[in-house]
Design a protein around this ligand. Structure first.
Ligand code: IPD
Ligand code: CA
Ligand code: CA
Length: 280
């Protein structure tokens, strides 16, 4: 992805504000933990929203608007503010991993990304349960709790640990990632389904995981994590290695070493007879 030419000091400012907002949202997520009064399905079965999502989003919006009143915003719970094709668009997921959170499974984060000219460029992801703040800006590098992070060096799928997820439309489409999940579990050291796309991407960025793929995602799931993976030296594309398009909802993000092999396997499994690979 070609990142726009923005002076480093401006990128740093965007990153600092994103980090401040993610930490503030994390405080809300901690305060509401275990005390939810309202958990409702938004549309599709399993797609939940709670008062924690809404309160965390309000806190993030307040901080971003105070600093960048001229920027556009796309926020998961309250929608769109300004033009989605604007030069600066913040994509906000106030609580990524709502299902985990609602079940008190402590694996969720606040995720805040900045698209510049449509390209994920700056990201901050805060996981309050592990007290980990992942930050990155393309060209400036990436950090976890202010320490530099980098993608892993694993260069064979057979030696890799991957992660993926399943979208809320999984009951409605045969393109539900089930076959890919089972096949890649078969040919790697493992595939995790942790339930928070932003943390999946952050873990690829810091080398805990070697690769991630998923479909059916929204820009707020992806913006921050994609920027952080790229800032940490990773590669992000479409499944077929063409340019990443945040509106496609599909992502392939790896340490770079595994990228071509994982792409090949994803395309391969989509074309063959279900379960025919079990004999491999
Ligand atoms: C979801 C999580 C999950 C992914 C889903 C997302 P939400 O976000 O990131 O890991 O598999 O596709 O929608 O609803 O918890 O913000
Ligand atoms: Ca999400
Ligand atoms: Ca969410």
């Amino acid at each position: 992805m070609n990142s726009p030419q923005i002076p480093a000091d401006r990128l740093s400012t965007y990153l600092e504000v994103a980090a401040t907002a993610a930490l503030a949202a994390g405080e809300v997520l901690q305060a509401c933990w275990g005390k939810l009064e309202s958990i409702v399905e938004k549309g599709r079965p399993g797609d939940l929203v709670t008062e924690a999502d809404k309160q965390a989003e309000a806190v993030i919006l307040k901080i971003l608007r105070a600093h960048f009143p001229e920027h556009s915003i796309l926020a998961e719970e309250s929608g769109q503010y300004g033009d989605l094709d604007a030069k600066y668009l913040w994509a906000i997921d106030p609580l990524d991993g709502t299902t985990n959170y609602a079940h008190q499974y402590p694996f969720s984060a606040a995720s805040i990304g900045l698209l510049i000219d449509g390209v994920p460029t700056v990201g901050a992801i805060y996981d309050p349960f592990h007290r980990e703040l992942f930050c990155g800006a393309v060209g400036l590098g990436a950090t976890c709790n202010a320490r530099p992070i980098h993608v892993s060096k694993v260069d064979k799928l057979a030696q890799s640990l991957l992660v993926t997820g399943f979208a809320y439309d999984r009951r409605e489409t045969p393109d539900n990632n089930y076959q890919e999940f089972c096949y890649l579990t078969h040919v790697t050291q493992g595939v995790r389904r942790a339930g928070a796309a932003s943390i999946d991407l952050a873990y690829v960025a810091c080398g805990r995981l070697d690769g991630y793929w998923e479909r059916g995602l929204s820009p707020w799931d992806l913006a921050a994590g994609v920027a952080i993976v790229e800032a940490a030296g990773g590669t992000v594309t479409a499944y077929d290695l063409t340019g990443f398009d945040i509106r496609s909802g599909r992502v392939l993000a790896t340490n770079g070493q595994l990228h071509a092999e994982l792409s090949q396997e994803l395309l391969h499994v989509a074309q063959i007879e279900p379960w025919s690979w079990l004999t491999r």
